[in-house]
Design a protein around this ligand. Structure first.
Ligand code: AMP
Length: 216
């Protein structure tokens, strides 16, 4: 019986930050389809080349490509006991296909991080990432931002191409059209939980920690 946690929320709602923290706390792998795709882009694989233009303008990568990539990742041995999904599913087609991949006795928890549109635009505009290790800094992580270097590995900090204001607006439009319907999809299945994502990261994590108990 595997424990699978799905984190839903608009781009910049804090899914990545919270998933990384919960992954450490529960010892479950953090599976981010955005990170997997960025890795393909950086390595220049066939998938990376197909995904690049779509990602750079804030569109979604086609469902079949994402589903193949995800299936391959969660079939690895480290995911046997469960995993945390960040950025997947993003469409009803993905959610339905994923539903067929989940075993009947798996424990699925879906958590929606609710954040206002204004906060999302503000957060994305202030977000920087480390080019080497991928650590994400928000607008308030001041020391690292001032130094311009990652305090974890010393790598260079940069703004993701898809965090520019025009692309953030497009990502939000795509979110409302294709991903927001998943909130109702999982509510109807009866396993949706919601957290006020406007609260401080510690408060959000405290709530997430309660919703995903230690033992299955
Ligand atoms: P993220 O880091 O989750 O914000 O993802 C960055 C970009 O990768 C998105 O804007 C999409 O272009 C692409 N992407 C990530 N996950 C998915 C997914 N599940 N389905 C389609 N595209 C995705």
């Amino acid at each position: 019986m595997a424990r699978i946690v799905i984190l839903l929320g608009a781009p910049g709602a804090g899914k990545g930050t919270q998933a990384a923290r919960l992954s450490r706390a529960r010892g479950l792998p953090h599976v981010s389809t955005g990170d997997l795709l960025r890795d393909h882009k950086a390595r220049g694989t066939e998938l990376g080349l197909k995904a690049k233009a779509l990602m750079d303008r804030g569109d979604l990568v086609p469902d079949d490509l994402v589903l193949d990539m995800l299936a391959e990742r969660v079939a690895r041995p480290d995911c046997k006991g469960g995993y945390l999904l960040d950025g997947f599913p993003r469409t009803v087609v993905q959610a339905e296909a994923f539903g067929r991949m989940v075993g009947a006795d798996d424990d699925l928890v879906v958590v929606n991080l609710e954040v206002s549109e204004a906060s999302i635009v503000e957060r994305a505009a202030g977000r920087l990432s480390c080019r080497s290790c991928g650590k994400v800094y928000n607008a308030k992580s001041a020391p690292s931002r001032v130094a311009g270097k990652c305090d974890k590995c010393g790598g260079e900090l940069f703004q993701r191409e898809d965090d520019s204001p025009a692309v953030v607006r497009e990502r939000l439009r795509v979110y409302h059209e294709k991903t927001a319907p998943l909130v109702d999809f999982y509510r109807r299945q009866g396993n949706l939980q919601s957290i006020d994502g406007e609260a401080s990261p510690d408060t959000v994590f405290g709530r997430l920690d309660e919703l995903v108990p230690e033992k299955v």
